[in-house]
Design a protein around this ligand. Structure first.
Ligand code: T1G
Length: 712
């Protein structure tokens, strides 16, 4: 009993309530409070049974992850869950766990130490630790196989997805679903259940063996294969598989010792630090220093999207998926039909994969109103423009919607590079204009880059950030500059990839090296996928901005002049067969040599290390420049952009976090080396990077300092 854990009584039933908002994490004091309460109940003759329940919106969301950051930063560990779990399990009075919201990680482990579990119908349970680069560390890999069977425990611990209350009941993890969502329904149901079992034996999960027998060991190697394929570069899923396998071979205590050893190995790994950085980063990006919590937001009940192309169609699906009716406007029936067909195909795929039933598809399709005019746009609360990436057309469209839309309607552009202020200048309401930059495929990619113009109001920004969460996106705020955060940084990354092939690396070298680094795809492969013509069109629009005498990559332009736009034309940097499988293209190799000869470039052998450093440090240096300019609020915002929009390896934490793990002094030295070789027009070190490196500080320090200044 303490301020985090309360012990009350309901006619012979002791009720232990965990009250550590917002998610009842097992912060220091909570395990101790539970332990004291269990011991008090054990010694209280009036108590027949015990119920453990969480206050607020959830049961227990796991260990306090902040404590892990302190531990890996060198602080003495303060988490002591095992003694509490054994005390629960050895309680002479039956302990009933009452689960609502989520029972995750340590929360799931606490629930499994109980003798019985009841659950609200809408609750979820799971062991998501691998998503943080660790494994269950309090017996989860030993108790879950005993409750759910080895195969399911393996899947849950190795891949971290939660399961529903209904699945948990079917698996025997929980004993009863308590209906009713009213406050108190769960407690009443749990207390009633506790009365029923008060005189029954209290089954200890750790002593259960019935589900451990007759396991086909092939499931472990199959699971390892899946983990190696789908969780490339991540040791935690493999460690979780080892621990669950141990539950079928070792006694409980020894299984827990092996689990603890594997847990610690994972916890102190760079992968785990990176994934925990990303976890808190996704929560930090919501906080905008000059837009306080409680800023008024506009209600979004109806939406409209202009353009039913790849992006427009995906954007409309996001609104329909969140239950918001959306008009989808195109200029020709043919284009509209094509857009709708793509939407229908995407939904049909999801139904066929069992993600949701046909009825849900029908509901969502019914929320999308396709049309060829602006009818109903005057009722929209937000209009998203997703037309061709040209300034003239975008300004024309914004002029049109400005004349139709109601005063409180937000006008958003899905532009990926263009000037938001110039687009807003086509309207009489620049304060209502903002960038909503979705990523292709827009119905899948989690990132939403929200771009504030100089006139954009705080209410419109606050509404956009909240809308991002409602559309199940990770919204990151960016300032207005060419390419905002993501695409601005991508330009020097792609530039270096092209320079490297001009200087001697092969297309395959560059792609494979960045793939091995952990990217979902190499940069030249991404360009071929996105279509070389997209960048070509933008480069042609900005030719006037190119500085005379400054080296620019030539290969992509030459390929485009030959009509080779990548996958869509079967040839680009690589050649593609009918299944879009890439292979080296000797003609591209010859073209690269010709470009190098014309530019007087002496081709040479290029190491993988140079490929990684030139591409990654070009990214980091540009990131440090836009951080210094305030285009990104925090270094972690840049990391979240790259993790959710550009396929940056999650277990590296993002480009800025990666730079911190390398060490900014080393990064700066390497950049200065490249500056000396390739010139300062391409490689002038960012002032912020220079300052931090010289002061022995990190981008993480920069963010902490900004946060302290903001809260001061
Ligand atoms: N520890 C510390 N803080 C946490 C936390 C946790 N486990 N979970 C959430 N928070 C903070 C979060 O940073 C945010 O703070 C606020 O709570 C609300 O969270 C021993 C080793 C439960 C599904 O991986 O998945 O147990 O930004 O915005 O959208 O074996 O939080 O307001 O300052 O996410 O409603 C395993 C992590 C830990 C679950 C709720 N557990 N949490 O989502 O709210 S490892 C997890 C979540 C472990 C054991 C092992 C989600 C949620 P702030 P939120 P939400």
């Amino acid at each position: 009993m303490n301020e985090l854990v309360k012990l009350t009584h309901l006619e012979g039933i002791a009720v232990i309530t965990i009250d550590n908002p917002p998610v009842n994490a097992l912060s220091p004091g909570v395990p101790e409070g539970i332990l004291n309460s269990i011991q008090a109940a054990a010694h209280d003759p009036a108590v027949k049974a015990v119920v453990v329940i969480g206050a607020g919106s959830t049961f227990i969301a796991g260990a306090d992850i902040r404590e892990f950051q302190k531990m890996t930063a060198g602080e003495k560990p303060r988490l002591t869950l095992h003694p509490t779990l054994l005390a629960i399990e050895d309680s002479p009075k039956p302990v009933v766990m009452a689960i609502h919201g989520q029972a995750l990680g340590g929360g799931m482990e606490v629930s499994m130490a109980g003798h019985y579990r009841v659950i609200a119908a809408s609750a979820q349970v799971g062991q998501p630790e691998v998503k943080l680069g660790i494994i269950p560390g309090a017996g989860g890999t030993q108790r879950l196989p005993r409750l759910a069977g080895v195969a399911k425990a393996l899947e849950m611990c190795a891949f971290g997805e939660p399961i529903t209350a209904q699945e948990a009941l079917a698996l025997g993890i929980v004993d009863r679903i308590i209906d009713g969502d009213l406050e108190g329904d769960l407690l009443a149901g749990a207390v009633a259940f506790a009365r029923e079992v008060a005189d029954r034996p209290a089954p200890k999960t750790r002593e259960r063996k019935e589900k451990l027998g007759a396991v086909d060991s092939a499931i472990f190697s199959a699971s390892r294969d899946t983990a190696r394929k789908t969780r490339r570069g991540q040791p935690a899923p493999l460690a979780a598989i080892d621990a669950v396998e141990a539950s079928t071979k070792l006694p409980f205590e020894e299984g827990c010792q092996l689990e603890a050893k594997l847990f610690n190995e994972c916890l102190y790994s760079t992968q785990s630090k990176s994934l925990i950085h990303a976890f808190f980063g996704e929560r930090a990006v919501n906080k905008i220093p000059d837009i306080p919590k409680g800023t008024t937001t506009y209600e979004i009940r109806r939406a409209a999207v202009i353009g039913a192309g790849t992006m427009g169609g995906g954007i409309a699906m996001n609104y329909a998926n969140s239950g918001i009716p959306v008009i989808l406007k195109e200029t020709t029936q043919e284009a509209l039909d094509r857009g709708l067909a793509t939407i229908r195909k995407n939904y049909t795929n999801s139904v066929q994969k069992g993600r949701f039933p046909q009825a849900v598809m029908d509901e969502r399709m019914a929320l999308i109103t396709p049309q060829l005019n602006y009818a109903g746009f005057d009722q929209a609360d937000i209009i998203v423009e997703a037309v061709f990436e040209g300034m003239a057309l975008k300004k024309q469209v914004f002029g049109e919607i400005d004349a139709i839309a109601k005063p409180a309607c937000i006008l958003a552009s899905n532009t990926s590079t263009l000037d938001i202020d110039e687009i807003a200048s086509a309207t009489k309401r620049p304060k209502m204009v903002i960038g909503h930059h979705f990523f292709s495929p827009a119905n899948v990619m989690r990132l939403l880059e929200v771009v504030r113009g100089k006139a954009t109001s705080k209410e419109v920004i606050a509404t956009s950030m909240a809308l991002g969460k409602r559309l199940k996106k990770v919204a990151v705020l960016a300032g207005n500059c060419r390419g905002f955060i993501g695409n601005r940084m991508l330009a020097p990354y792609f530039r270096e990839a092209q320079f490297l092939i001009e200087e001697g690396a092969s297309v395959e070298d560059v792609n494979q090296t960045l793939y091995d680094f952990g990217w979902a795809m190499g940069p030249l492969a991404v360009s071929d996928l996105a279509g070389l013509d997209v960048g070509w069109r933008i480069r042609k629009e900005y030719r006037h901005l190119e500085k005379p005498g400054v080296r620019i990559p030539r290969v992509a332009d030459r390929l485009c002049e030959l009509g080779r736009f990548g996958q869509k034309t079967g040839r680009g940097f690589s050649k593609y067969d009918a299944n879009r499988m890439p292979s080296p293209d000797p003609e591209t190799a010859a073209l690269i040599e010709a470009v190098a000869r014309e530019a007087g470039i002496q081709r040479r052998r290029i190491t993988q290390e140079e490929i990684v450093d030139r591409c990654l440090f070009a990214l980091v240096n540009e990131g440090a420049k836009l951080l210094g300019e305030g285009i990104a609020l925090r270094a972690v915002d840049i990391d979240i952009v790259y993790l959710n929009g550009y396929g940056f390896p999650p277990w590296r934490g993002g480009p800025m976090f990666y730079a911190d793990t390398v060490g900014l002094a080393k990064v700066l030295a390497r950049i200065q080396e490249f500056e000396a070789r390739h010139g300062s027009d391409l490689w002038s070190p960012a002032p912020l990077l220079q300052r931090l490196a010289q002061d022995g500080r990190t981008f993480g320090d920069f963010d902490r300092q900004s946060a302290n200044q903001a809260s001061a």
